[in-house]
Design a protein around this ligand. Structure first.
Ligand code: DC
Length: 205
């Protein structure tokens, strides 16, 4: 079984996708971490994420960054990831890796922006997770504060709006809800309620 979980930044899709994977005994892949790894590789090598040729080269070094590296979760890395993610060469370089994980038995839950539209258009279940921009910024702000990042709520909200615009506006695999995806708005749901709603959709298949 393959479950695609897409949606904008900080909608709660990572936590939800991890919990779905645990509940149904599936593998979990955070595809955003791959784009973050490309961004982090570039930042560490003093390269500009908007340099398209260097970004494609960096995508070939993605395995040199551990997907558990704490620097992947930093705000600066997320912004760099959003820039390299607009690069078609980078997206193509990461596509096979994502498809191979999904093919492994007994299946996987992949979270990202284009899983249901591009990476796995044949996914068994597609969820599109969203929440209001203010709610997403508040969650993200609290997460960053807990990690000790010195950043204001206004700066987080601005970054989030910029990333939404970049992720939705790019020509390569823009963030969009697949026609056959189920929409789940988590603005008023905590994780347990969101998981319950997601399971109802999955079990209803
Ligand atoms: O989900 P995230 O915040 O970790 O993702 C970081 C960036 O990577 C995000 O701004 C857009 C990009 N991304 C993408 O374009 N496609 C994916 N499947 C996953 C992430």
């Amino acid at each position: 079984m393959i479950i695609a979980v897409d949606g904008p930044v900080a909608a709660g899709k990572g936590t939800l996708a991890r919990r779905i994977a645990a509940k149904y005994g599936l593998e979990y892949l955070d595809t955003g971490a791959l784009y973050r790894a490309v961004g982090l590789y570039m930042l560490r090598n003093d390269q500009s994420p908007s340099d398209d040729a260097l970004a494609v080269k960096a995508a070939r070094h993605v395995s040199e960054i551990s997907l558990d590296d704490p620097d992947l979760r930093r705000e600066k890395t997320g912004n760099a990831a959003s820039v390299v993610a607009a690069n078609q060469g980078v997206r193509s370089a990461l596509l096979d890796y994502q498809r191979n994980v999904a093919k492994r038995k007994p299946g996987a839950v992949l979270d990202g922006r284009d899983i249901g539209t591009v990476v796995y258009p044949d996914a068994d279940v597609k969820l599109f997770i969203t929440a209001s921009a203010t709610t997403r910024a508040q969650r993200r702000f609290e997460e960053l504060k807990a990690k000790g990042e010195d950043i204001s709520f206004e700066a987080v909200l601005k970054d989030l709006q910029d990333r939404d615009a970049r992720d939705q506006g790019r020509s390569s695999a823009p963030l969009t809800q697949a026609a056959d995806a189920h929409l789940l708005d988590t603005t008023k749901l905590d994780i347990e309620a969101a998981l319950e709603a997601a399971c109802r959709i999955i079990d209803g298949k």
